[in-house]
Design a protein around this ligand. Sequence first.
Ligand code: 3IX
Length: 165
Amino acid sequence: MDQPKPYRELPTRLSHGCFGCGSENPHGLRMIFHTDEKSVFSEIVIPDHMVGWKNFAHGGILSTILDEIMGWSAIYLTKNLVLTKSIAVDFLRPVPVGTTLRAEGRISKVRSDREVAMEGFLLNSNGIVHARGKGVFALFKIDAAMKFGIADEKELRELERVFNL
Ligand SMILES: CCCCC/C=C\C/C=C\C/C=C\C/C=C\CCCC(=O)SCCNC(=O)CCNC(=O)[C@H](O)C(C)(C)COP(=O)(O)OP(=O)(O)OC[C@H]1O[C@@H](n2cnc3c(N)ncnc32)[C@H](O)[C@@H]1OP(=O)(O)O
């Protein structure tokens, strides 16, 4: 008999144009996320058109992936909406385009009810870390997010519902 999977997909397939995770952005990364409740992770193949010069992925794309995985990890694990305040990335090994990678994000430290420090990793299929990131994310309750006007009320209510924010 099949064992139940010890992880589940995050309900992030909402229709929007985010470069990192939007299903409506044909030029984006279209990342899909899973969680084991302690971390959030995503399998991704960087397409050829996101190459740096040739063969290897552009560092800006790697930074985007780390921002995205840390951002969704922060949303899911802290139950807040987020804006990235800062990120720092260490590029440890070149990342070939067209290979399967795993991005992982987790909480480093909840600094207050308005700020969390996160860390993110980009690994190859053998578990070798090719890039790692640290990020600080501002945390927003729904009402505060509404005031900032980044998403409309309908979208924010949808996020509130699917993520139990
Ligand atoms: C805003 C809510 C976010 C809504 C997001 C909605 C949908 C998104 C859903 C999902 C996101 C998807 C994926 C996540 C994955 C990937 C991450 C990618 C994310 C990004 O790619 S994101 C783009 C890059 N990143 C930015 O674009 C940030 C630009 N940077 C700023 O926008 C500011 O730097 C800020 C706001 C961080 C700090 O601003 P600051 O330093 O000026 O703050 P300060 O303390 O001076 O406060 C001034 C007034 O803001 C209020 N305030 C401040 N912080 C608050 C908090 N946490 N909660 C409630 N209220 C807050 C105070 O109460 C005061 O209000 P008042 O004036 O009324 O007193």
